[in-house]
Design a binder for this molecule. Structure first.
Ligand code: CP
Length: 307
């Protein structure tokens, strides 16, 4: 079964293959499944980019997208995520894309459902398709990952984007450093990179990746957030002037302007923020194609098992 749950579940060769396929789609390659295929996007947390770009990707691949609104689903009547996915599988859905507030929500699905699960974000855990589109954006800019220094700055410990990118970038040969409030950096990231003060990180990196403060994951306690966050840890206009020549600005978005990044820098010449969003469609096309192609064997084995 070809789930996509985290970047760690992909070998570096698989990551490169997805990026190659995404680039081919970006350059105009067409691919459609031989038979009618249905997909459903199950978003139990808000999303603009990920949900919309999955839908565009699915429609570009000629898939039938089954509408699913978590707020009007039987989850509100107590149905579990497992029963929801098994229901969709039973009525003929071929793959599901899921975003959920619970870290590792997919543990209750793996080995128990017969269709691929594509993780569109689990709590503070993983966001593999965001990481893949970030990798594509960095690859377009620098060609290779070896020797590239990437600074991930902001609310690191609550960020599934930071976790996925730290894993994938280091395995591909990039150097990763983290910055932002020290209380939002935890030792689980030390395997991927060290902590640097924000000015050093911004001045010495090829990629400056800003993160939003994830208020929704602070358990209602925002007391530690400085009113001066932008001046202390943000990419200010003054700090951008000290960035390396040729370096770029990235952000998974949504952006809180004038908090982690100055309003004027969101669309400046260094910014690749909207390029990242564009790349997301082609990366998600590649990920869905991979899931559906590999699922043919998985579906048969599940059916055989049932008989
Ligand atoms: N980057 C990202 O996951 O954005 P959305 O929350 O809008 O999907």
């Amino acid at each position: 079964m070809n789930h996509l749950l985290s970047t760690a579940s992909l070998s570096t060769e698989e990551i490169k293959a997805i990026l190659n396929q995404a680039r081919s789609f970006l350059e105009g390659e067409q691919w459609k499944p031989a038979e009618q295929q249905f997909v459903a996007n199950l978003f139990f947390e808000p999303s603009t980019r990920t949900k919309s770009s999955f839908e565009v990707a699915e429609k570009k691949l000629g898939l039938d997208v089954i509408p699913f609104d978590a707020d009007f689903s039987s989850v509100l009547k107590g149905e579990t995520l497992y029963d929801t996915v098994r229901t969709l599988e039973s009525i003929g859905v071929n793959a599901v894309v899921i975003r959920h507030k619970t870290d590792h929500y997919f543990d209750e699905l793996v080995g128990r459902v017969g269709i691929p699960v594509i993780n569109a974000g689990d709590g503070c855990g993983h966001h593999p398709t965001q990481s893949l589109l970030d990798l594509l954006t960095i690859q377009q800019e620098f060609g290779d990952f070896k020797g590239i220094k990437v600074a991930i700055i902001g609310d690191v410990s609550h960020s599934r984007v930071a976790r996925s990118n730290a894993d994938a970038l280091t395995r591909l040969g990039a150097k990763v450093v983290f910055s932002g409030p020290q209380e939002w950096f935890d030792e689980t990231f030390l395997a991927s990179g060290s902590y640097e003060d924000v000015d050093t990180a911004i001045e010495t990196s090829d990629v400056v990746m800003l993160l939003r403060i994830q208020h929704e994951r602070h358990d209602g306690d925002d007391s530690g957030i400085s009113e001066n966050y932008h001046q202390q840890f943000g990419l200010t206009i003054e700090r951008e002037k000290r960035m390396k020549p040729g370096s770029i600005i990235m952000h998974p978005a949504p952006v809180n302007r004038n908090v982690e990044i100055a309003d004027e820098l969101v669309e400046c010449s260094r910014s690749r923020i909207f390029t990242q969003m564009k790349n997301g469609v082609f990366v998600r096309m590649a990920v869905i194609k991979r899931a559906l192609e590999k699922n043919k064997g998985g579906m048969q084995s599940v059916n055989t098992h049932k008989k």
